[in-house]
Design a protein around this ligand. Structure first.
Ligand SMILES: C[S@@+](CC[C@H](N)C(=O)[O-])C[C@H]1O[C@@H](n2cnc3c(N)ncnc32)[C@H](O)[C@@H]1O
Length: 326
């Protein structure tokens, strides 16, 4: 019996199955191909929506925050941008070893599907693409550096978020566009695998102490500690809180889309009692929305002043180098 009822919840990695874009050990060629297709589709969508919102990539200065593999940065670098920069706390594309090799393998697959037989190294050398290990809450760019900033699946992890939002507002020029694809925490998989225990939406229903007690009873103390520590690395915000925080910034919200997940809706029908035992502030809609997609325009308070958009001072030396094998 657990503290919120007694139903057993078949915890499984197959919850809301989708193609992973993070290459794993033992991936087949088909896995790489499917992940590359997903990467290409996602990148194409962001760029075409950017154009629809009136942006132009010709000569643009672009930043991805929390770029992970960096593959989206490579793809944007194929457009005639003035520069594109990817920042993250870690850059697996440049790591020696197995994880780096897998990331470069996916990058190669993506470039091949774009009919670019070039090695990643050649694309990096021939295009105005830069990467830097940099914390989104403390960016080393001058004010108003970028025409376009985007993040995908990173806002859940960037802490403290308020500081990052302030930094993002600072480095984007007035009138510049921002896109965030946010994975909200209280959705069934928003807690990542680390938060999935044998209670549906345990992370949205149990207090930290209850969660830890349940995980300890069912899986032992070491696993419970690992799970609880994992959850602490995620921004535990509701949809309402996301809207409030982003709305408080100097942005015009051009579009705010919350994506419903039909799998989560079905699961909620099977476990209707989940709705009756939610943590304070969490609403049923938080359980079934797997993404927020938001387009913002930085408000232009200086409409009548001369703009001083200087070049992004991330020079060649700040990009890490690929390992020799790359
Ligand atoms: C789930 S991954 C998403 C990566 C990539 N955007 C994608 O779509 O595959 C989240 C990324 O955010 C990065 N991240 C977390 N905190 C950060 C911070 N303070 N500054 C920069 N990046 C951060 C993580 O290192 C990780 O690579």
């Amino acid at each position: 019996m657990h503290p919120k009822g007694g139903e057993r919840f078949p915890r499984t990695g197959a919850l809301c199955p989708r193609v992973s874009v993070r290459p794993k050990l033992g991936w087949s060629d088909e896995d790489y191909s499917a992940a590359a297709d997903r990467k290409l589709g996602g990148s194409h969508k962001i760029c075409s929506e950017f154009l629809q919102w009136g942006g132009t990539l010709d000569g643009a200065q672009v930043l991805e925050v929390g770029c992970g593999s960096g593959i989206d940065v490579l793809l944007v670098g194929l457009y005639p941008v003035r520069s594109v920069v990817g920042i993250d706390l870690e850059l697996p594309l440049f790591e020696p070893g197995e994880r780096g090799e897998r990331t470069r393998g996916l990058a190669r697959e993506v470039l091949e599907k774009r009919q670019l037989r070039d090695h990643v190294r050649e694309v990096l050398e021939s295009r105005p693409i830069r990467f830097a290990i940099m914390d989104a809450t403390l960016m080393g760019f001058p004010d108003d550096s970028f025409d376009f900033l985007w993040s995908r699946a990173a806002m859940l992890e960037i802490m403290p978020l308020e500081k990052a939002l302030t930094e993002m507002a600072r480095v984007v020029r007035p009138g510049g566009l921002i896109y965030h694809n946010i994975h909200p925490y209280f959705w069934i998989r928003g807690c990542y695998k680390t938060g999935l225990v044998d209670i549906p939406w345990a992370h949205a229903r149990l207090s930290p102490a209850e969660f830890r007690r349940f995980a300890t009873e069912s899986e032992g103390e070491a696993t419970a500690i690992r799970r609880c520590q994992g959850l602490k690395t995620l921004n535990q915000f509701t949809l309402r809180q996301w809207r409030k925080m982003i709305g408080a910034g100097p942005f015009e919200i051009l579009e705010w889309k919350e994506d419903r997940c039909s799998f989560a809706e079905r699961l909620l029908e099977e476990h209707p009692d989940a709705k009756d035992s939610l943590l304070e502030g969490v609403e049923p809609r938080d359980l079934i929305h797997g993404g927020i997609k938001v387009w913002l325009r930085k408000k232009d308070h200086r409409a009548n002043e001369d703009e001083d958009v200087s070049s992004v001072p991330v020079d060649d030396r700040s990009s890490p180098k690929l390992p020799v094998k790359g």
